[in-house]
Design a protein. Structure first.
Length: 68
């Protein structure tokens, strides 16, 4: 895994986004059922999803070029 979102390619960002969405869904379901080990993780994952979405949008706008 790369250290920064800036070092990732578009494909890696899309895969990470899918993984984060699954984790977020699992945490939301756990919260509804009343069992969440770390409630702060929901906020952290939501913010990471926003960071990844920002990087993906930068690729779409052409601000950053895809890594070769």
């Amino acid at each position: 895994m790369k250290n920064s979102y800036k070092d990732m390619t578009l494909d890696e960002l899309m895969a990470l986004k899918e993984k984060l969405h699954r984790e977020y869904f699992d945490l939301r379901m756990g919260r509804v059922l009343g069992h969440v080990e770390n409630p702060l993780a929901v906020r952290t994952i939501r913010r990471n999803i926003a960071r990844v979405n920002t990087r993906i949008r930068e690729f779409e706008l052409g601000i950053h070029q895809a890594a070769k």
